[in-house]
Write a protein that binds this ligand. Structure first.
Ligand code: ADP
Ligand code: MG
Length: 292
């Protein structure tokens, strides 16, 4: 009996070893194992878990937002660390998840920023800042001025810059401005159905509206066709200045909006993109990530 068990253990060991050696062909897997500094005997037993970490890291590499996350826990990577000489897996939040977590503190500081807080040390921002200066000087509600579709890299200052502009207009020129994080607004509209039409009216009528981080939300037929489309249509028909920030280019946003939980609808998405193009100038801001 004992002999049989021993044989079985040996066979299992050979199998584990073989899988582990095969996995080592992947450079990322090898690097991950190296970083843990634990004996092979131990690593061998968790080959598939370590492979899963590598897969999740790779998923994150080209990811555009939580809506396309395919990791086991949305917005997280299952990552190994060594605690008291043992390997344990914990969930580490990704940068998009951290953004959601930090959103509230971020919003508090952002409600106070105005144009004088903007530093100009980042030369890549100058084009946007110059555009904003002109806009600020010229803006009046009756001029029907277009806003920006400001897209580009994460943490480059998109939200910061446009929020500063809107706050300044609110303070100095008494313009009615509103910044909304679209994913939150959707949640709010859904939870408060009683006030739905009142809240929609507000979004339609505010003098300047900024959709912060459009494209980070999960698309449903409702969010696209009953919320976003009518707001944009109204604002377009009434020449209301509208801004957007996004991590997605306008083409990527079109693809994002075409896929809802009910399938693919390229026509509806196209119509929204046409409205955004009517409402805005397209500017890109690619810069260092300034998030701490
Ligand atoms: P994005 O919206 O592009 O992802 P943010 O606007 O949130 O990036 O910018 C990240 C952080 O960088 C801001 O919270 C702010 O602290 C800082 N920041 C960016 N641009 C400036 C600037 N011109 N002056 C001062 N702080 C800035
Ligand atoms: Mg932002």
């Amino acid at each position: 009996m004992e002999l049989k068990d021993e044989k079985l253990v040996k066979k299992l060991d050979i199998e584990l070893n073989k899988n582990f050696e095969e996995a080592l062909n992947d450079a990322n897997f090898k690097k991950l194992c190296g970083s843990l500094k634990r004996p092979k005997k131990e690593l061998m037993k968790i080959t598939s878990k370590l492979e899963n970490t590598c897969k999740e890291c790779l998923n994150c590499k080209n990811c555009k937002g939580l809506f396309e996350c395919s990791n086991s826990l949305e917005g997280h990577i299952s990552y190994p660390k060594v605690i008291e000489n043992k390997i344990v897996f914990t969930y580490i939040p990704c940068k998009f998840e951290l953004e959601v977590i930090n959103k509230n503190t971020n919003i508090k500081t952002l409600t106070k920023v105005t144009m004088k807080d903007i530093d100009t040390k980042d030369k890549k921002q100058l084009k946007v800042i110059k555009w904003m200066d002109d806009f600020y000087e010229n803006f009046s509600v009756s001029k029907n001025m277009k806003g920006l579709y400001l897209h580009g890299s994460f943490g480059s200052g998109k939200t910061y810059l446009l929020t500063a502009l809107l706050n300044e207009l609110k303070e100095a020129k008494k313009i009615n401005t509103k910044v909304i994080y679209f994913a939150d607004t959707l949640r709010d509209l859904k939870d408060d159905f009683y006030n739905f039409s009142y809240k929609m009216q507000e979004l339609m009528n505010t003098d300047i509206l900024l959709f912060d981080d459009i494209g980070a939300e999960k698309v449903t037929d409702w969010s696209r066709d009953e919320v976003l489309a009518p707001i944009l249509q109204y604002r377009m028909d009434n020449y209301k200045t509208t801004f957007f920030t996004s991590n997605l280019t306008i083409d990527e946003l079109e693809a994002h909006l075409s896929i809802s939980s009910n399938g693919v609808d390229k026509v509806k998405s196209r119509r929204i993109i046409e409205r955004i193009k009517q409402l805005t100038y397209d500017l890109e801001l690619l810069s260092e990530n300034r998030r701490k």
